[in-house]
Design a protein around this ligand. Structure first.
Ligand code: PLP
Length: 370
């Protein structure tokens, strides 16, 4: 079947085609130098990322999940501790808690998909040690409310900011509210590499030193093993690619925000939809639109209609909030997330979409509800 236009949910080949000559030259340079593990490309990327965010330390790691695990360890979270996580997150958030020996406890989310702090407050026990907000879809949670809850119960904040590099709340970047924050460079992320990659950011010198040891088998700068660590390093070739991409990151985010404004203008009068907050709706926040996640009446029929017109959509987490994986037996309180899981879906959102692509998506959503 041929369509008037095809708007796939994401376009991986286009991501390479965008600057293929630069990427090939970059990889050739790294490989010709034989610079594969912990070489100058990684150090330069870490310095540039820390400068971009205005923080003391950025530490490249193997992926976002390793970043979460090492951040929890650096926050001192371990056996028997309870950590509150949001229902609307990737399973990696809860898995990282589990793998440091702690217990994930799942709270509800709000209509903007962020952690519901009032729900989190009802789940605090004498064993709660940390709260782990997911800065979902490129937006930050209400960090005033989370900060107040953490202070009241003496909890550590460890952010899952894997989707929110460059998002801000009151001018503080996502990732820098707690002990340490995590980013993922999975290809479809706002800063995507050509494989797996991640980083941890922190302003805490001791946490940074511990994380640098943990990602490299527990070895210190002198090569001696100080603690049991992991092999959790960011590959040097990916670091070199990420340096190229970081230099164009602000343009990509500006384009995502412009696309979000275009969706907002084209869809906000449709009563059957709940859109994410518009880019300029909130002067506390700067959202980077990792995803454009809406809630829709007759969602499954809408998705079929869009698919029949060549438009790709996705249900985040395959349509399941983390408490809905019954085999994991997670303790939880999440009625709103339960409801949302039947209505949520993501529209195409990446910086390579044209205005015509976005208008085509809008046109077909309008036609569905007309
Ligand atoms: C992508 C993502 C991760 C993990 O990232 P990987 O790099 O794939 O390990 C964790 N949490 C959230 C919310 C994510 O979106």
């Amino acid at each position: 079947m041929t369509f008037a236009r095809s708007v796939p949910f994401f376009n991986y080949p286009a991501m390479f085609a965008e600057r293929s000559e630069t990427y090939m030259a970059t990889m050739h340079d790294v490989m010709a130098r034989g610079a594969f593990i912990m070489q100058r490309d990684l150090l330069s990327f870490e310095e540039e990322l820390a400068a971009y965010l205005g923080c003391r330390h950025a530490i490249g790691v193997a992926d976002g999940t390793v970043a979460l695990t090492l951040s929890l360890r650096a926050a001192g979270i371990g056996t028997g501790d309870e950590v509150i996580v949001s229902s609307h997150t990737f399973i990696a958030t809860a898995a990282a808690v589990h793998h440091v020996g702690a217990i994930p406890v799942v709270c509800d989310c709000l209509p903007d998909a962020m952690m519901d702090t009032a729900s989190a407050a009802t789940l605090v026990t004498d064993n709660t040690r940390a709260i782990m907000p997911t800065q979902l879809n490129g937006r930050t949670s209400d960090m005033d409310a989370i900060g107040a809850l953490a202070k009241q119960h003496n909890l550590k904040i460890v952010e899952d900011s894997c989707q929110a590099m460059g998002a801000k709340f009151r001018d503080t970047p996502a990732g820098l509210f707690g002990v340490a924050g995590s980013y993922s460079f999975y290809p479809a992320k706002t800063l995507g590499c050509f494989g797996d990659g991640g980083a941890i950011v922190t302003n805490d010198d001791d946490a940074a030193k511990e994380i640098r040891e943990l990602r490299d088998h527990g070895r210190g700068a002198d090569g001696k093993v100080k603690r049991f660590g992991h092999n959790g390093r960011l590959d040097n070739i990916q670091a070199a690619i990420l340096r190229v991409k970081l230099a164009h990151y602000d343009e990509a985010i500006a384009r995502r925000r412009a696309i979000a404004s275009r969706y907002q203008a084209g869809l906000s009068d449709i009563a059957q939809l709940l859109l994410p907050p518009a880019p300029d709706s909130d002067n506390l926040r700067f959202d980077i639109f990792q995803n454009y996640e809406i809630q829709a009446d007759d969602r499954d029929a809408l998705r079929e209609h869009l698919s029949a017109n060549g438009i790709g959509t996705i249900l985040q987490w395959g349509g399941h909030m983390i408490h809905q994986f019954e085999d994991l037996g997670l303790r939880c309180s999440a009625p709103y997330a339960e409801e949302m899981s039947r209505r949520y879906m993501m529209l195409p959102m990446h910086h390579m979409l044209s205005d015509d692509d976005v208008d085509y998506v809008i046109e077909h959503i309008r036609a569905f509800y007309a």
